[in-house]
Design a protein around this ligand. Structure first.
Ligand SMILES: Nc1ncnc2c1ncn2[C@@H]1O[C@H](COP(=O)(O)OP(=O)(O)OP(=O)(O)O)[C@@H](O)[C@H]1O
Ligand SMILES: [Mg+2]
Length: 286
């Protein structure tokens, strides 16, 4: 049996969308599903409230939220094995730690807290920035099925885990995989006299994308791949592509990998601006 798909819920609408997405994916992967509620007593742990009975409503709420999520899954995907778990601790830490031994972690883009204009909650941001393996951030709202998975690639080895995940997702869904390699034309403000052979650069960039994909295409011959090489800003191009995609997959870092940053600027930008669901896949070394 495969490792479980883990989904975090706080009972919000976005979390329910995450639960539904996770149930569908667990069914596709033939993996069990575990629904987790992180119960944080800490914010309420001040002397005024520290009577023995105060924690009961919080525990009761967690149990109610989990029971509702479980019922949703049983109705939607009766064939999968589903369990629920309340874990005490700060939600970002609890969910991040769950990634060990999980197939993937699924969270909603928003939760119950946050301010109205925020596109991403702090829990989803932290989990996407720190958990090992794939983290899928699900947006609520109606979604058409496009039959296309988009993966953002660059010429760094950091995007290999994202490619592996994207090929697997495309294969499981029978979807087309659009591999987007976005390159930015060199800009030298202080040396405008340097001239570039743009055709040569373009040819080289196409070669980079083709080389990246060769071995994956052999592993997944059934997946139809579109090699899409563009010049522009990666966040802008990936965001535009997200409108027609069922999932956008990015690595956690790219060529500019700075170990100290939780997420590279492209992954962060895509998480904030993409229209649909985004998977961030961290290399085991980062
Ligand atoms: N207590 C929790 N237990 C389990 N999962 C949670 C919990 N809180 C949040 N999540 C998960 O994280 C997702 C995003 O929620 P998050 O808390 O990041 O957003 P928010 O509540 O809008 O903002 P913030 O909490 O930063 O003010 C939720 O949809 C859910 O999947
Ligand atoms: Mg929250």
């Amino acid at each position: 049996m495969s490792d479980p798909v883990i989904v975090g819920t706080d009972g919000s609408a976005a979390a329910s969308a995450a639960v539904e997405w996770a149930a569908d994916d667990a069914a596709r992967m033939r993996a069990p599903l575990r629904i987790v509620f992180a119960l944080n007593f800490l914010p309420y742990d001040i002397p005024k409230f520290s009577t023995p009975e105060w924690e009961d409503p919080l525990t009761r709420n967690a149990e109610r939220v989990l029971a509702e999520a479980e019922a949703l899954v049983r109705e939607r995907r009766p064939e999968i094995e589903v369990t629920t778990q309340t874990i005490e601790g700060a939600p970002p830490v609890v969910l991040r730690d769950q990634a060990v031994g999980a197939t993937e972690i699924v969270v909603g883009s928003r939760g119950l807290g946050g301010f109205a204009a925020a596109v991403l909650g702090s829990v989803s941001m932290h989990v996407a920035g720190h958990a090992r393996g794939p983290v899928v951030v699900v947006r609520s709202g109606p979604r058409a099925v496009h039959g296309e998975i988009v993966v953002g690639i660059d010429d760094s080895p950091q995007c290999d885990p994202a490619l592996a995940y994207a090929f697997e997702q495309a294969a499981l869904r029978g979807a087309t995989l659009r591999a987007l390699y976005v390159w930015q034309a060199p800009v030298h403000a202080y040396a405008p006299e340097i001239v570039y052979d743009m055709d040569e650069i373009r040819r080289a960039q196409h070669q980079v994308a083709a080389d990246k994909l060769t071995s994956w295409r052999q592993t997944y011959p059934q997946v139809k791949v579109i090699e899409d090489v563009r010049s522009g800003h990666p966040v802008e191009v990936l965001t535009a592509a997200s409108k027609e995609a069922d999932l956008v997959v990015v690595g956690s870092h790219g060529r500019g990998a700075l170990g100290s940053l939780a997420l590279g600027s492209v992954s962060r930008g895509v998480l904030h601006h993409a229209r649909g669901n985004v998977a961030v896949v961290r290399s085991p070394r980062l």
